[in-house]
Design a protein around this ligand. Structure first.
Ligand SMILES: NC(=O)c1ccc[n+]([C@@H]2O[C@H](COP(=O)([O-])OP(=O)(O)OC[C@H]3O[C@@H](n4cnc5c(N)ncnc54)[C@H](O)[C@@H]3O)[C@@H](O)[C@H]2O)c1
Length: 341
């Protein structure tokens, strides 16, 4: 997928532009800042969706992964996602072909990033791997290029430790699926410059995202920390036999989960009153799981290969029908939400 860029609508496929072809480094017309080319490293679940977001907004995107097969799968998935978004009137049908044509793929890291003004790294969650990739990016990329990681948990100061451009490194943490969830957490290290943060905020806003700047880096930032606390207690509830995983999901989906999509926890509890919250939590807190260790049930799930959708089995049996039904339910609700809010 690295030789020709023409979209063949009869075949329904798009081939990547030759990576040796240099594209003007002038900023695209209509974009507020001097960022014209985006590179996304890692074309998995998150990387393909992030590339899709930039391409739909009008940016040339270079998508890199380790094999052609992974890049072809990502391209096919982007095409499917765009079709779904057009069917639901989130984008116009006419936007699909141009968006696909803006995505260029390569298994060569240097070819993918040499003209990039902004790089998003979305490879497997592994600190050593991310550090190694950032070190390479630092050596290959243009001096002005900003390097962002989509890590779920790691801090930008850890990921960028082997680079010489620590002022141009930060995290942009998207939520899955990135083309339907608007918020991106933006985490700066103590070395990240104000200019890098400001440029990234403007870039994300220009492609329709809602950036939230986290001023002080911490493992897991805000979103993943809150989700980690919720799933720790959920595992504990199941492990103790208080309720099954299905019952936990049923309760969250149909009670406070609904509220949380329209009001944050501080807003919700201010409706109730902190006096009531204090009285209730004084009773409950001593009984909650606050172990720093991984719940044995979670360990057992991984050790026995019950990984969830990836291995077709977790707390649920993931048949194709069940998986499609969940995806349809999530897409439908998130699209409605995107249109209403
Ligand atoms: N899955 C989520 O819901 C989610 C949400 C937010 C952030 N994240 C973070 O995003 C990152 C990617 O997660 P994912 O769920 O997309 O994982 P994934 O396994 O779907 O994709 C990772 C991709 O990285 C590629 N890769 C691995 N080593 C590489 C290398 N050396 N060079 C280039 N590509 C390489 C893999 O081939 C794979 O395609 C992780 O840091 C993860 O923590 C994930």
């Amino acid at each position: 997928m690295t030789t020709d860029d023409s979209y063949d609508s009869a075949q329904g496929s798009c081939r990547g532009r030759g990576m040796t072809e240099k594209i003007s480094s002038e900023p695209s017309e209509g974009f507020p800042i001097g960022i014209a080319h985006i590179a996304v490293i890692g074309a998995g679940l998150m990387g393909h969706g992030i590339a899709q977001e930039f391409a739909t907004a009008g940016y040339d995107v270079y998508l890199h992964d380790v094999t052609d097969e992974k890049l072809e799968t990502a391209h096919a998935q982007i095409e499917k996602n765009l079709g779904m978004l057009a069917e639901n009137a989130v984008i116009a049908k006419e936007e699909i072909v141009p968006a696909l044509q803006r995505i260029h793929t390569s298994t060569e890291l240097a070819a993918a990033v040499e003209t990039a003004d902004f790089v998003v790294e979305a490879v497997t969650e592994n600190l050593a791997l991310k550090q190694q990739i950032f070190e390479k990016l630092d050596a290959i990329c243009q001096p002005h290029t900003i390097l962002a990681s989509n890590t779920t948990a790691l801090m930008p100061s850890q990921i960028g430790v082997k680079t010489k451009r620590k002022d141009q490194i930060l995290n942009t943490h998207y939520f899955n699926p990135p083309y339907l969830i608007p918020l991106v957490e933006l985490i700066r290290s103590p070395d990240t410059s104000d200019e890098t943060v400001a440029l990234t905020v403007v870039l994300l806003a220009a492609i329709g995202k809602t950036p939230a700047v986290i001023e002080k880096e911490a493992l897991g930032f805000v979103g993943p920390r809150l989700q980690a606390a919720l799933i720790r207690e959920a595992f504990s509830i199941v492990e103790q036999g208080i309720a099954s995983a299905e019952t936990v999901d049923l309760i969250v989906r149909n009670s406070f989960g609904r509220r949380l999509s329209v009001a944050g926890p501080f807003e919700v509890f201010e409706l109730a009153g902190w006096d009531l919250v204090l009285a209730a939590f004084e009773e409950v807190y001593p009984d909650l799981n606050n172990s720093p260790n991984i719940n044995p049930l979670l360990r057992e799930m991984v050790d026995t290969g019950k990984l969830g959708v990836k291995s077709n089995e977790g707390f649920y049996d993931w048949t194709d029908d069940r998986l499609q039904a969940l995806r349809d339910r999530m897409n439908h609700a998130l699209i409605l939400h995107a249109k209403n809010v």
